[in-house]
Design a protein. Sequence first.
Length: 271
Amino acid sequence: MTRLHEGMVILYAISLVFYFIDYLDKDSKAHRIAFWILSTVWFLQTFFLVLYIVETKRFPILTLFEGIYFYAWLLISLSIVLHLTYRVMVPVFFLNVIGFIFMTIHTFAPVQIEQSPIGETLISELLFIHVTFAILSYVAFSLSFVFSTLYHILYRLLKKKKWTKQFSKLPSLDQTEKGMTVSIVIGIPFLLVSLILGLQWGYVTLNGFSLVDIKIFGSFILLFVYGYLFYRRQKGTIHGTSYAWGHVYAFLLVLVNFFLGSRLSEFHFWY
């Protein structure tokens, strides 16, 4: 049961990533994938809820632990109803963010860990999932840096009229600019999910866990910087070389957070 709950959290995280991509980029394919993954999570949650009611012969809302699960189930149910009836994506996305947070709290709560015979393994895998999503976000931001570098190279070649057949396989300026945007649209939700899981791991595992940590602070700055870049891009207030330089500077922050932030952190020990 614990393993299946853990699998639900992973599926929920993946659906959240696709919903975020659809929310930012209006991608119909990502929209469909997100909905079907979320529906799978809802069916699993409903199955466990019914099973619990049958076993205990009562409705599971008498404890905080039970109430959190029921609350997460209501949120995901409401988001599916809104998806099917009103097709309003903004409320659906934010409902799922809240639902994911509470589903994570329920699955990896101290009470659940103590009751589970694989508690230590569960904690280790929570850390593993957190780190995996963080690395995936760094990969996406690295790709945006590659596209931004290509943009500068192409811009200089075109400006100096030094285009030759050797560069015929390079993408166009429009393609590199779109590549930057797509990369951060993928990277932002991965980083957001990683932060949610990481905070839950810290709360469950560390004594006297505090948000005042250089790595946590740096990660939230990264989330803000890339989010601000995307916001400016969507508003049309930044483009071309300015947009490409923004990605270069943002990636430098990624490197600082990855290496220096890990060394100065009280509990991130990547050397």
